[in-house]
Structure formats: structure tokens, C-alpha cells
Write a protein that binds this ligand. Structure first.
Ligand code: ATP
Ligand code: MG
Ligand code: MG
Length: 493
């Protein structure tokens, strides 16, 4: 027996679902396996999952794989990896393409009842007629003609020679209703079913059937599909199938960071970005490499809520959620750019112990020193002979000589508030590091040629002990994610 609890709205900030019953909600996330998952997919899948959880219901992952032209096995896998990383748990996984026999029988029912017909007009005629609200002669064909043509779609007709159309309303103000396509011929090998099928349902037909037979109670999709909802309900009515509740929300993308494959694919193909996991991209792989953590994505998405108004937040909104989460577990490390040598003439230390984090228990590290350090060129520029500075965590020194190298002498070790504090890297074992700094990808629809800055730096030996994927706060520089032994990616300030 199901426990009836009050929906956990306070926690998610999502509004209650119309007609939802505790224990009886089924949602679905229906990606087409034709690309890598991105922040928009995160939004959809997290909302699907949160609503299922809110009502003690279930989430189905359904691969909407009925266009073999664009779908690949690697994308099914990438989508699962993305959801795993996000922490989105589904109760069941299925493929629309596994229901082809059901889809064919529904098509046949519609043809039999006269609610669908096979059209052999060419593309141009069809689109002209749609624009001019005119029916074509195929729509007058009798049932026998349609059945013969339907059977021929499986062998005789070539792609483009025949499609199944729904008998909607050629006069409708909603262009979607003007006898839309339900099925078409595609002679491409399917990633799972290979050459078993050549007649494939289009999106509207497949999604209506699938949502209904999967027991979906609440189906969500992005706002640009709003006009298709009339078709969705009409199709289900004509097929005498149970109707889920269809709801729309806004598409999510960041300013200057589009999610559309049409935009991202060429960037990858032309080598303008390194791949779909380039840290400049809003793909889940890109965000992960950049140091964005899944908990931050979820909090960010829930903070936007369930709205229809277009959301194009700046990337910084996500960054501020991320910063709060990664800060307590980010090791603080020194980093130096444009290194300049600094020699302490009366050094008497051989090792210094430094806390890995000022507030949280993250242990300490030991740094071997011999009195020669690298400091950043920017810091070196400001120094004057006779000036007193603090070499952080070590001692206070007075500058005695400025040349190719800088010389100084130790004065004392106590903290002083009014002298410059400078970070350093010991010359004994510096680690050469490249820091990749992702910038905005597009400025006013124009690819930003300077979207990736690469800076050379020196950091501490301790960097090598951290796992790839660790988040680090480089002192006075910012948070970065360790991407490899000699590369870090800038996350945010
Ligand atoms: P694309 O333009 O990347 O192909 P799509 O809508 O075709 O986007 P699908 O893989 O079909 O992508 O989408 C799966 C689900 O994710 C759908 O329910 C879709 O509405 C949702 N979705 C896709 N992109 C976004 C986005 N930018 N914001 C919110 N939801 C999205
Ligand atoms: Mg798509
Ligand atoms: Mg799609």
C-alpha cells in the first residue's frame, strides 16, 4: 500500500502538477540519440525526475530513435553516461524503435478508419497545398488504394515517393493540423535494428503512441512544440488511446553558449573547438571538464522553476551555485605566472607545512624549500629595493636587489597587516601547468575566436598528488579543475 505524503514542493520549488495523484505519476525523458547531452537535456531530465520523486512515481528513459539517418549507438551510451553523472535515476529504459509493430498497427487502424491516407505527391506540391489550405487528390483515395499504397511503402516505393498523412484539417489556422506526416520511408541502417524497418514514424506520431502505452501521466516538452499539442491530443482521440497531460516549459540555454546541434556540430567538425567535451560547450561533458558539479546544475535548474518564459541566464548564475558547493572541498594551492626568481640570502628553512584549506579539515601538505622561489612577474614588477613583503606562509623579507633575479633577506616571521603578501613556488620542484580559460563562445552570434585562453603557469608539487577531476582554488586566481597532470581548466572566480 502506498503511503500518502504531502508533495515535497518546498524542497524543489516546482509548482504542483495538475491532476497528479501521489503514487500514480509517470514521467518520461525522451531524448533522440542523435547527439551528446547538454544543459537543456539536464533541465528536462531533472524536472522529469523531480516530479516523479515529488509524487512517489516513476521516470522512464525513452530513446526516441525513429530517425536512423542521424542516430548512433554512441549517443545512446553518451546520454546514459550524462544522466548517471547528473544523478538522474530512471526506473525503466526503453526504445521507441522496439515498438515498431505497435506503431505499424496503429497506422493501419488509422488508414482503415479513414483518418489517415498515403500521399504520393511531391514535396513541393505538399508544401504548396499546405500553405494554400488545399487538399490533394491522394486524400480522396479510397481505403483499398490506401492499403495497397501502405503495403508498397515497405518494398516498392522509394524514399520520398509516399508518406502516410493524418487526415487533419487543411483549413486549420494551426498549420500543424494540415494533414501532417505520420510515417515516411528512410532507407538507412538503424543503430539497433539495422535494415529490419524502412518505414519510420515521425516525432508526432511516435510520441503520442509511446506516451500513451508507456502509461505516462504527465509529459513535458519545450515550448516550441506548443502548436503540436493539438495534434497530439487529436491523434490519441482518433486512436482511442489514453491521453497523458502534456505540459510545456521554456528551453534553457546560456547567453553566448547555444545548445543546438546545428550550431555545435560545425564547430567540432571545423576544429574550432576540440570536441563535444570542449570546456567552452554547454554539453554535460564540457561542463564536467570545466569543473561544474552535478549538484550545482540541479540547484540552478530548480532555481529557474517551471516557466514558459524564455530563460537565457548568464553562465555566471550557474557558477555561483557551483562555487558554494566546490569551495569547502577545493584544496588551496599557490600558482605563479611569468615566473621571476627570488633568492632569500639568509634562508634557514628546509620545509614548510601549509593547510590545504583555511576552514575545512583537508589536512596539510609539506613543501621543501631552499630559499629560492619563483614569484609572478606581475608581483615582481611592483617591488622596490628596501620594501618589506611577506612570502605567504613563510617569512617577511626585505628586498635588497632587483635585476634578472630578485634578492632579499629575512627580517622576521610574524604576521603583519600592512605589507604586500606574495605567493611563490619553490624552485626545488615546480610543476609546469597549462591553464585553459574558457570564455564566451559567441558574441552576438559571431564565434569568439578568443574563446579559449591558454596560460602557462607554475604550481606546487602537491598538484601531482591530486586526482584528475579534483577542484582546486589557486590562490588569488580562481577555482580550476585538474584535467591532467599538466593541465587545469579554469572554472570560475
Ligand atoms: P536539439 O536541438 O539539441 O536536437 P531536441 O529538443 O531535439 O534538441 P531531444 O533529444 O529530442 O532534443 O530532447 C529530449 C528532451 O529534452 C525533450 O523533451 C526536449 O524538449 C528537451 N530539451 C532539449 N533541449 C532542451 C533545452 N534547450 N531546454 C530544455 N529542454 C530541452
Ligand atoms: Mg534532437
Ligand atoms: Mg528532438
Amino acid at each position: 500500500e502506498l503511503l500518502v505524503t504531502k508533495p515535497k514542493q518546498e524542497r524543489t520549488g516546482l509548482p504542483p502538477l495538475e491532476g497528479a495523484e501521489q503514487g500514480n505519476v509517470i514521467t518520461r525523458f525522451p531524448p533522440e540519440p542523435n547527439g551528446y547531452p547538454h544543459i537543456g537535456h539536464a533541465k528536462a531530465s531533472i524536472i522529469d525526475e523531480e516530479y516523479a520523486k515529488m509524487y512517489g512515481g516513476k521516470l522512464i528513459l525513452r530513446f526516441d530513435d525513429t530517425n536512423p539517418e542521424k542516430e548512433r549507438l554512441e549517443y545512446y551510451a553518451a546520454i546514459k553516461v550524462g544522466l548517471d553523472w547528473l544523478g538522474v535515476k530512471y526506473d525503466r529504459v526503453k526504445n521507441t524503435s522496439d515498438d515498431m509493430e505497435i506503431i505499424y498497427s496503429k497506422a493501419r487502424e488509422l488508414i482503415d478508419s479513414g483518418d489517415a491516407y498515403v500521399c504520393t505527391c511531391d514535396k513541393e506540391t505538399i508544401s504548396n497545398n499546405r500553405r494554400e489550405k488545399k487538399s490533394c487528390k491522394c486524400s480522396l483515395g479510397d481505403k483499398d488504394q490506401n492499403i495497397t499504397r501502405w503495403n508498397k511503402m515497405f518494398d516498392k516505393f522509394k524514399p520520398g515517393e509516399a508518406i502516410v498523412r493524418f487526415r487533419g484539417n487543411m483549413n486549420s489556422d494551426n498549420t500543424v493540423m494540415r494533414d501532417p506526416t505520420l510515417l515516411r520511408i528512410i532507407d538507412e541502417s538503424h543503430p539497433i535494428h539495422k535494415d529490419k524497418y524502412r518505414v519510420w514514424p515521425n516525432y508526432d506520431f511516435a510520441v503520442a503512441i509511446e506516451d500513451s502505452i508507456d502509461g505516462i501521466t504527465h509529459a513535458f516538452r519545450t515550448k516550441e512544440y506548443e502548436l503540436r499539442t493539438e495534434l497530439y491530443y487529436t491523434l490519441l482521440d482518433k486512436m482511442n488511446m489514453r491521453k497523458p497531460k502534456m505540459l510545456e516549459f521554456s528551453r534553457l540555454e546560456f547567453q553566448g553558449m547555444p545548445v543546438s546541434k546545428r550550431v555545435l556540430k560545425p564547430l567540432v567538425e571545423e576544429g574550432k573547438v576540440s570536441g563535444f567535451d570542449d570546456p567552452r560547450l554547454p554539453t554535460l561533458e564540457g561542463l564536467r571538464r570545466r569543473g561544474i558539479v552535478p549538484e550545482a546544475i540541479r540547484k540552478f535548474i530548480l532555481s529557474l522553476g517551471f516557466t514558459k518564459s524564455d530563460t537565457m541566464p548568464p553562465f555566471e548564475t550557474l557558477e555561483s551555485f557551483n562555487r558554494k558547493i566546490v569551495d569547502p572541498t577545493s584544496v588551496r594551492l599557490f600558482i605563479v605566472f611569468d615566473p621571476v626568481k627570488l633568492r632569500v640570502i639568509n634562508n634557514n628553512l628546509t620545509e614548510i607545512e601549509i593547510s590545504n584549506h583555511p576552514q575545512t579539515e583537508m589536512g596539510k601538505r609539506k613543501i621543501a624549500i631552499d630559499g629560492t622561489f619563483y614569484i609572478s612577474g606581475d608581483d615582481a614588477k611592483t617591488l622596490k629595493i628596501g620594501e618589506e613583503i611577506r612570502l605567504l606562509e613563510a617569512y617577511n623579507v626585505r628586498i635588497t636587489k632587483i635585476g634578472q633575479e630578485i634578492e632579499c633577506e629575512v627580517i622576521d616571521t610574524g604576521h603583519k597587516s600592512n605589507i604586500p603578501k606574495i605567493q611563490w613556488i619553490t624552485q626545488k620542484n615546480p610543476v609546469n601547468l597549462e591553464v585553459l580559460i574558457p570564455k564566451i563562445l559567441f558574441n552576438d552570434d559571431q564565434f569568439n575566436e578568443d574563446s579559449l585562453e591558454v596560460k602557462k603557469a607554475l604550481t606546487e608539487q602537491y598538484y601531482l598528488e591530486l586526482n584528475v577531476g579534483s577542484e582546486i582554488q589557486f590562490i588569488r586566481f580562481g577555482y580550476c579543475r585538474k584535467d591532467s597532470a599538466n593541465q587545469a581548466i579554469y572554472t570560475h572566480k
